[in-house]
Design a protein around this ligand. Structure first.
Ligand code: FES
Ligand code: FES
Length: 153
């Protein structure tokens, strides 16, 4: 039995210790906002927060989440960064097919937490470059990150 905190609630799972967190979230907790893309930590579509830091859940064994705080796209709106980002995402009309966008917002929340100074569009593009979008929404995502940061300032 593995215990952790999921979106603010204490939970337990009897999933195998090596089951990736991504599949525990999707299959055992029915949190399907977190997406499977590559499965090898290369695309970012499975990004969640582990103790507040963006983490690729496709390669994180559930045993590594024992005792940790896990936050998914379903609850990021409860943070000030998540709230600002989701509003900015709407204004900038960032999504196309939408598949990568949960991971993009979770990564962006990490970027905003880490940023010590206002980000330029180019800096936002660079800091978000680890998250792949097959629809090519990079410019809208960068604009949304910059917009969200301004609303938090
Ligand atoms: S599915 Fe995890 S990084 Fe691509
Ligand atoms: S919006 Fe389609 S993959 Fe990013």
């Amino acid at each position: 039995m593995i215990s952790f905190t999921l979106n603010g609630k204490a939970v337990t799972t009897n999933a195998p210790a090596d089951k990736p967190l991504l599949w525990v979230l999707r299959e055992d907790f029915n949190l399907t906002g977190t997406k499977f893309g590559c499965g090898i930590a290369q695309c970012g579509s499975c990004t969640v927060h582990l103790n507040g830091a963006p983490t690729r859940s496709c390669v994180l064994a559930i045993s590594a989440a024992a005792g940790a705080k896990v936050t998914t796209i379903e609850a990021i709106n409860a943070t000030k960064e998540g709230k600002a980002l989701q509003a900015a995402w709407v204004v900038e009309q960032a999504p196309q097919c939408g598949y990568c966008q949960s991971g993009q917002i979770m990564a962006a929340a990490g970027v905003l937490k880490q940023a010590k100074a206002p980000l330029s569009r180019e800096q936002a593009l660079e800091r978000m470059s680890g998250n792949v979008c097959r629809c090519g929404t990079y410019n809208q995502i960068a604009a949304a990150v910059v917009r969200a940061q301004k609303t938090l300032a």
